[in-house]
Write a protein of this length. Structure first.
Length: 280
């Protein structure tokens, strides 16, 4: 379930980036879609290569399995916390789309102004599609390594297949059937589910760090049944519960603080405008 959700979430973001890049490429500009799509396809293949390269790299690390699991889990959690931080969201997500759209317009403008530059423009658009897709693929590879080390490649492979199936369905509806889906609601829903995955991963990673001797274990007398540890990585010790609480507060708190500043900014701008008008 965790692997499938991670793949689907990243796949949904990749589809939205590609849709933003190709939305205006219709009519006479339709030919520009092909190199972008080719770049995205190459990025998908490169992500598969990166998956096997990561497995080979980790298998050659001279450290115990517990230490490797603890390190990869900690790295995945740090990246997830950054991605799910609402302050960073505008740079990481909105800014990423704007940057790629600006680059696409620049390449098309160069193509219109300079005859004989078709190959250069096609190469630039191919690289644009590649970078837009490969970032999501690289993140998936990073996130799944911790799950693979913990549960095995077979289980993770099944989750990846499920995530790719749902991603393919959304992709067909978007690019082939040209349906306008409720992408914002889908992102919010998957974001909430991903927050749950984050809390579980934090609990599992803390347990691995405790087993590896990186963290101490302070038991706490709480009636937490064993099935909660199995399914949700909730264990009766202070370190694990505190880390999970911090992760939850960090994600939820960053949202409310970001909303506060978003709503406060128009008020400040409106006040500044009125003061300028009064001064004039």
């Amino acid at each position: 379930m965790n692997a499938g959700l991670l793949v689907f979430r990243e796949g949904l973001e990749a589809i939205l980036v590609m849709a933003a890049l190709t939305a205006s490429l219709v009519g006479g500009n339709g030919s520009y879609r092909r190199p972008i799509a080719l770049g995205a396809g190459l990025a998908f293949l490169a992500s598969i290569v990166t998956w096997f390269a990561a497995i080979g790299l980790l298998s050659n690390v001279n450290a115990s399995q517990l230490h490797i699991q603890a390190a990869t889990g900690l790295l995945a959690i740090v990246v997830l916390l950054v991605i799910m931080n609402w302050f960073f969201h505008k740079i990481y997500w909105t800014g990423w789309i704007k940057m790629h759209n600006a680059k696409r317009r620049s390449l098309m403008q160069d193509d219109a102004n300079q005859s004989g530059e078709k190959n250069r423009t096609a190469t630039g658009l191919l690289l644009l599609g590649f970078t837009a897709m490969y970032r999501e693929g690289f993140e998936v590879v990073l996130f799944l390594q911790s799950l693979r080390l913990r549960s095995g490649s077979g289980v993770v492979g099944q989750g990846v297949a499920i995530g790719l199936l749902f991603t393919a369905i959304v992709g067909v509806l978007t690019f082939v059937l040209h349906h306008k889906l409720p992408y914002k609601k889908m992102l919010i829903l998957t974001g909430v589910l991903l927050a749950g995955v984050l809390v579980v991963m934090v609990g599992e990673s803390v347990q691995e760090m405790q087993l590896a001797g990186w963290l101490s274990t302070t038991p706490i007398a709480l009636p937490i049944p064993s099935w909660m540890g199995l399914w949700f990585a909730i264990f009766p010790n202070i370190e694990s519960l505190a880390a999970q609480a911090f992760a939850g507060v960090f994600v939820v708190g960053s949202y409310f603080v970001a909303e506060h500043f978003r709503l406060k900014r128009p008020l400040r701008e409106g006040t500044a405008t009125r003061l300028s008008a009064d001064g004039a």
